[in-house]
Design a protein around this ligand. Structure first.
Ligand code: RAM
Length: 509
């Protein structure tokens, strides 16, 4: 099956769009607070008259709080206090996921990604009265409005946000959730909901793309919450529709204005994990047809890179490009190999299911061989931990993926995680993406308590900092950390690879 068929099938799975209107809950101001996330919080202003009964002149500034992060378009209904308008109205609008974006809106940014991701607009409107809907979609909880110019006092008759997503309502907490767990679950669900647009996005502010690695985690959380398998299938078909010339699956694809792929964007770990995404989806839905259609795509990822691992010793000078985590100093080679073994195990399951016994046996034998090699080559018996790369780096990522790949199992795996926890000089996770895999590794090693403890500590810290959605990067005590230069305003504060709590809290073990 080729591109056209896959795109057609994807279109048949389009989840559609739910839209709903949200009004601001209060006017707020930014307040410096050393206890708050990045030193800023929003404080509600005592409500005087309703907004529609007030009027504003040039230079006026207001910040509206919509109560929770939403994705959609802003609609303004404006009029002049007098019905005479001899020049246009000009507004500056800053849309913010978190307070810093508004509090430090005038600071010059230094980003390695386009500054156009910053949600800062100027609109000029000629006719009053009018209802104007901004054309761009934003991800925001707060909107800053500055009246840059107005011939007369300006009245905001109505300000509302036209929110959109494939799903609208969050699920109630499960019976037995503590208030803290219920909040973690709600924030996780909101994060996922905001990313459920035509495809599963990474983040609705940035990059607004479908990433394969992110999708795999989103599929897990979706299965225990909204169960919208149409959007998962559409996302799978679109990734398969735009392979590179040699058959590699892209790490990401775009959905707008028309679905299209990016030829240059490949991450080996994401490609190896495709088989797991497929198997998980099959377990949830029983959709064997999709497995059949996707098997050649999943298998191709291993066929293309088998030579790297065949002799048991990959070329240290040419490591496969993988993601694993946003951490500059991380040596990814052992973790990427872990993804290869982990994915290959799932590919073997798919092959068995499809009655391809010989292929399944070959994959299983390859897994056994690689498990032996990894133990021999990469386990440092002095440290009792796996080491990665020429400099024998010790990272959490390597241990996590060795457990997930079942290179070590049972008590041995539990002991490995224990040693990892106690190790002081170790490269630690940066993103909730790797933390999600840490939770999964705890489960695989039978360490449910350790898993819950980590979940409550790591994601709980985000909620304590006032977040109502979970972000792309989070390291406690490094609140300004960004993978994209120096300015965290470019970070995505609602990033679906961080919605683990709704999955791990709802999962029956
Ligand atoms: C970033 C995004 C995305 C991730 C890639 C590798 O651009 O945050 O979520 O999958 O990197």
């Amino acid at each position: 099956m080729g591109k056209r068929e896959f795109v057609e099938k994807a279109e048949r799975c389009h989840p559609g769009v739910r839209r709903w209107k949200v009004r601001p809950v209060s006017l707020v101001k930014t307040v410096r607070d050393p206890e708050a996330w990045q030193g800023w919080r929003m404080q509600a202003l005592p409500s005087r008259k309703p907004l529609a009964e007030r009027s504003f002149q040039k230079g006026a500034r207001l910040i509206l709080d919509f109560g929770e992060e939403l994705v959609g378009r802003l609609q303004l209904t404006l009029r002049s206090e007098t019905n005479f308008n001899d020049s246009p109205v000009r507004l500056r609008l800053v849309f913010a996921e978190f307070p810093l974006e508004i509090a430090e809106r005038n600071r010059k940014g230094s980003f390695t990604l386009s500054s156009a991701w910053i949600q800062d607009e100027i609109v000029t409107l000629d006719d009053m009265p009018q209802t104007y809907t901004l054309p761009r979609i934003y991800a925001m909880r707060y909107v800053y409005i500055e009246v840059m110019a107005t011939p007369n006092r300006l009245v905001f008759e109505e300000v509302c946000f036209l929110a959109q997503s494939a799903v609208r309502d969050l699920l109630p907490p499960l019976p037995g959730f503590s208030p803290e767990e219920a909040e973690l679950d709600r924030v996780a669900q909101r994060t996922l909901r905001n990313c459920m647009q035509g495809v599963m996005l990474d983040g609705p502010k940035r990059d607004r793309r479908l990433w394969l690695g992110d999708l795999r985690l989103e599929a897990q959380v979706n299965a225990l919450t909204f169960r919208r398998f149409d959007i998962i299938e559409r996302s799978i078909y679109l990734l398969a529709a735009f392979p590179m010339e040699d058959g590699r699956i892209p790490a990401c694809v775009f959905d707008r204005p028309e679905p299209y792929g990016v030829r240059s964007c490949f991450l080996a770990d994401y490609a190896f994990l495709f088989a797991d995404l497929l198997w998980f989806h099959y377990e949830q839905t029983g959709n064997g047809t999709l497995l059949q259609e996707m098997y050649p795509v999943a298998k191709k990822q291993f066929d293309l890179f088998r030579h790297c691992y065949e002799k048991g010793v990959p070329d240290a000078d040419r490591p496969l490009k993988g993601f694993i985590d946003w951490c500059a100093e991380l040596d990814r080679s052992v973790a990427v190999e872990g993804c290869y073994v982990f994915g290959l195990r799932k590919l073997a399951k798919i092959a068995r299911f499809l009655g391809k016994k010989k292929e399944a046996e070959a994959f299983e034998a390859e897994v056994e061989f690689l498990v032996g090699e990894l133990k021999k080559r990469c386990f440092d018996s002095n440290a009792g931990l796996f080491v990665s790369g020429k400099n024998r780096q010790i990272s959490c990522a390597s241990q996590i993926w060795m457990v997930l790949a079942e290179v070590v199992v049972g008590d041995e795996a539990a002991r490995l995680l224990g040693r990892m926890d106690r190790m002081e000089q170790i490269v630690r996770p940066v993103t909730p993406y790797l933390h999600h895999h840490l939770l999964e590794a705890c489960c695989v090693a039978g360490e449910r308590e350790r898993m819950m403890e980590h979940l409550l500590r790591y994601w709980g810290a985000m909620v304590k900092k006032g977040m109502n959605v979970f972000p792309e990067v989070f390291v406690e005590n490094q609140e300004f950390l960004t993978p994209y230069g120096q300015d965290p305003r470019i970070n995505s504060a609602c990033h679906a690879w961080s919605c683990a709590p709704a999955y791990f809290l709802r999962r029956r073990f």
